[in-house]
Design a protein around this ligand. Structure first.
Ligand code: SF4
Length: 343
């Protein structure tokens, strides 16, 4: 069966020859308004019947919905039938009141095993289907008391570029005006650094933004916390990110989770200055540097939050390299960056 919430009108018209593109637009709009597929003045009875015969709208079970007591973050534990795999979604409030970003998962677990990330401890169970990604946004939207979903970040469980077919399909639906109608520039795909995927994302979804989990601009320090760095040299990753910036015109976000005594030294900060300057010289775009405070991941937690964040950022500022501190909320309910573990 075709998951109707995860197809664009063009894909529906392709898959169901009885349906015209104009009818497909009306049908997809019905689906995203939560209405049954039905004939109307703009949809012939034969077209509606053909879609009903091949399509359905599968649902995610929301196992739990937990609101943070310290900020307006909400974490949803989702389960997909029939396999029973669980994954998490986070509703992130934006500074503009009534606007929210949805942090979506793209995989159940993750194979990349970044050592500062709870998801990385789980290993990879499977990729999510496009409908399971789209449905996370619909779940959050349906539960908003007021306001609207303004953007999406692929920063939940999983490496989105390792499930790129489904991620691209979901982005096509998110940005489709008669589906979720989200501005592509308000969507960010965050990666641990897969060069082939970065280049494909630039070609096939040039309006969405790219985030790179950098960890350290010193390759040896990056390898200590991100095993994927053994497979993809940092220079190659940065080269792919530069190509992305040149092709799309978007400056990338570089994220660094500062870990005490691991990647928070002045040498790490100075290496970041050099990388950022070289990147700007090559691409004409300054990377947006996002400093993330480490959030405890429980168990035999190997790290402590860095006490050198201010000193690290001062080194950047002295070199005229701007950075900002990411507000990573929901830590009391395991919803903050690095904490998602489907619990
Ligand atoms: S940080 Fe991202 S890529 Fe790394 S283990 Fe966690 S989910 Fe996977």
């Amino acid at each position: 069966m075709l998951a109707l919430q995860a197809v664009t009108p063009a894909a529906l018209a392709d898959a169901v020859p009885e349906v015209t593109l104009a009818e497909a637009r009306k049908i997809i709009a019905q689906v995203h308004r939560g209405e049954p597929v039905a004939a109307s003045s703009a949809v012939r009875r034969t077209a509606a019947a053909a879609v009903q015969a091949v399509g359905h709208v599968p649902v995610l079970e929301i196992v739990s919905e937990v609101a943070s007591a310290i900020d307006p973050f909400v974490k949803y534990l989702c389960e997909s039938e029939p396999r029973g795999d669980r994954f998490e979604t986070v509703r992130i409030p934006l500074e503009d009141q009534g606007r929210f970003t949805v942090c979506v998962s793209s995989q159940v677990g993750c194979a990349l095993a970044c050592t500062f990330c709870a998801t990385g401890r789980l290993g990879l169970a499977r990729n999510l289907a496009a409908w399971e990604i789209v449905e996370q946004v619909r779940v959050v939207r349906a539960r908003l008391p007021r306001g609207r979903v303004h953007g999406v970040v692929f920063q939940g469980m999983g490496e989105p570029l390792a499930n790129l077919d489904a991620v691209l399909d979901s982005i096509a639906v998110m940005t489709e005006p008669c589906a979720l109608g989200i501005d592509a520039r308000a969507i960010t795909v965050c990666t641990a650094g897969l060069p082939v995927g970065i280049r494909r994302l630039a070609r096939e979804a040039p309006n969405v933004r790219l985030g790179l989990s950098l960890s350290s601009a010193i390759a040896a320090n990056r390898r200590k916390v991100m095993p994927i760095a053994d497979r993809h040299d940092l220079d190659d990753v940065i080269e792919a990110v530069a190509e992305h910036a040149q092709l799309t015109g978007h400056a990338p976000m570089w994220a660094l989770t500062l870990l005490d005594g691991v990647n928070d030294s002045d040498a790490d900060a100075l290496a970041l200055v050099e990388r950022a300057r070289a990147f700007a010289a090559t691409t004409g775009k300054r990377p947006r540097i996002s400093i993330v405070a480490y959030n405890a991941i429980g168990g035999d937690d190997p790290y402590r939050r860095s006490a050198r964040e201010a000193a690290f950022r001062a080194v950047l500022a002295a070199a005229q390299v701007a950075s900002h501190r990411r507000y990573s909320g929901g830590s009391d309910v395991g919803a903050a960056c690095g904490q998602l573990a489907a619990t």
